[in-house]
Design a protein around this ligand. Structure first.
Ligand SMILES: CC(C)(COP(=O)(O)OP(=O)(O)OC[C@H]1O[C@@H](n2cnc3c(N)ncnc32)[C@H](O)[C@@H]1OP(=O)(O)O)[C@@H](O)C(=O)NCCC(=O)NCCS
Length: 432
């Protein structure tokens, strides 16, 4: 495949996401059918890529299909209840064997040394263990669920310890009780519990559906759970059970959940490294915050303003200058990305509003207005009476927000002294 301008653009566009995802914890839940799908090699390769980009990966997986196949091959019949297989003591050795085989297969894939495999780039540690403490489901509707259990506790400390060491943690839907028994668990609930206990940044379901769809069959790219006006999905919508797990995870502190298809090559990368993604993203609470900037924000602000400096819309600011002036900045952060910023400089009882920027992908959603509101409030609290701004290309934006054109001479003297006549910026001001 030729490396063309599109690849270069894609790679450049993905760089903010690479920064945003580094050091974050993602729990990825693999449906058991995914393990036997043609795409499994690509999925594991993409998981390894995330690991090499510094994402902390926990891979949870169901081996339901493999367990059923193994039981059938062994001629063992197990009852089921509400779609859940009941594992009898006789079936247990076969079930643990099937889960063990899947775990070994995943470890083998992650360690594979084929030329285009992850291990070619660097060595990956994949670790599995007794991370899920289980309890029996017990008797439901008069039926003893025997070795089919539920998650009782997740050993988050041990998992974090391994993630700190860059390992990929493999967690099959199998748990262990303090009495020494083994239980097969609901895989979706296991993934959810792991994500909640780890306070994961993302819970990603690689499922048989490409995402959630509305009544017209169109894919819904984002569901904001805090938006009470959103339409509820029909109870029989494909993937609706996943949505319930996502809602529960979001309510318990997981920042975002994603439902994507295991059958689509590169779905994880498209969902995580492009603005539109390819599945459904579920947001539990507004993940955007306006806050004062700190030194850690300097790289993000530089990234935001560099294209505008190049186009002449903003005056050039060096990293050193930004570092020394960072206290003047207010930023909007969304999902770990800096998407808007603005600065306020003081000249007596006048303030200069400067460097007002929203990332092109996030414009026209009132972020500029919200920043202006925060800066004006801050200015009033500081006792300022007037705000002014110098702009080459956004005079209309400010005039529509109450700023009026004024002269260079009306600027505070200290600011007039370094007015750049070559840039020829327009001056606008507003009484507070
Ligand atoms: C100006 C800017 C900060 C607005 O950000 P934003 O988050 O999109 O702001 P809002 O959503 O509150 O406002 C969007 C509205 O402003 C309009 N707008 C954006 N840039 C404009 C401009 N240069 N002139 C006039 N209107 C403009 C948009 O068309 C939209 O109006 P509409 O919905 O009626 O079409 C953003 O366009 C930007 O980063 N521009 C480049 C940097 C710049 O020039 N900054 C000012 C100098 S300090």
């Amino acid at each position: 495949m030729a490396f063309n301008a599109e690849h270069i653009k894609w790679f450049r566009d993905s760089s903010p996401y690479i920064d945003a995802h580094r050091g974050r914890t993602f729990v990825i839940s693999l449906a058991s059918e995914a393990l036997d799908s043609q795409n499994i090699g690509n999925i594991i390769s993409d998981v390894a890529l995330l690991n090499s980009l510094g994402v902390r990966i926990v891979l949870t997986y169901s081996a339901d299909a493999q367990v059923k196949a193994a039981l059938s091959a062994a001629g063992i019949e197990c009852p089921s209840h509400n779609g859940q297989l009941i594992i009898t003591p006789q079936a247990m050795p076969v079930a643990t064997g099937a889960v063990g085989a899947v775990t070994a297969d995943l470890c083998a894939r992650l360690s594979s040394s084929a030329p285009d495999s992850p291990a070619e780039r660097r060595e990956i540690s994949a670790v599995s263990g007794n991370f899920l403490k289980a309890k029996p489901i017990g008797i439901v509707d008069g039926l003893d669920h025997q070795h089919t259990g539920a998650v009782r506790k997740v050993n988050a400390r041990a998992i974090h310890h391994l993630l700190d060491a860059d390992a990929i943690v493999l967690i099959p839907a199998m748990g262990f009780s303090p009495s020494g028994e083994v239980f097969l668990l609901d895989p979706l609930a296991s993934a959810r519990e792991a994500a909640c206990s780890l306070s994961a940044d993302k819970l990603i379901f690689l499922s048989s559906v490409p995402g959630l769809s509305n009544a017209d069959g169109n894919l819904i790219s984002e569901i904001d759970l805090s938006d009470t006006s959103r339409a509820e999905l029909a109870a029989d919508s494909p993937g609706i059970a996943l949505l319930e797990h996502c809602k529960s995870a979001c309510n318990r502190g997981v920042a975002r959940c994603h439902i994507i298809s295991y059958g689509t090559d590169g779905a994880i990368l498209e969902e995580l490294f492009t603005r539109d993604g390819c599945g459904t993203q579920i947001i539990g609470h507004s993940y955007e915050q306006i806050r004062p900037a700190s030194l850690d924000d300097v790289p993000g602000i530089l990234k935001l303003i560099e294209p505008l400096e190049a186009s002449g819309a903003l005056v050039k600011r060096s990293r050193e200058l930004l570092e020394s002036e960072i206290d003047h900045f207010t930023v909007i952060e969304r999902d770990g990305l800096l998407i808007s910023c603005a600065a306020l400089y003081l000249y007596g009882d006048h303030g200069e509003l400067a460097c007002v920027v929203t990332h092109p992908d996030y414009r026209k959603s009132d972020r500029g207005d919200r920043l202006l509101e925060v800066i004006e409030k801050k200015a009033r609290q500081l006792g300022l009476t007037r705000l002014f701004v110098l702009t080459t290309q956004s005079a209309h934006w400010f005039s529509e927000r109450g700023f009026a054109h004024t002269s260079i001479e009306s600027l505070p003297e200290a600011r007039q002294a370094y007015y750049n006549y070559q840039r020829n910026s327009r001056v606008l001001s507003k009484a507070l």
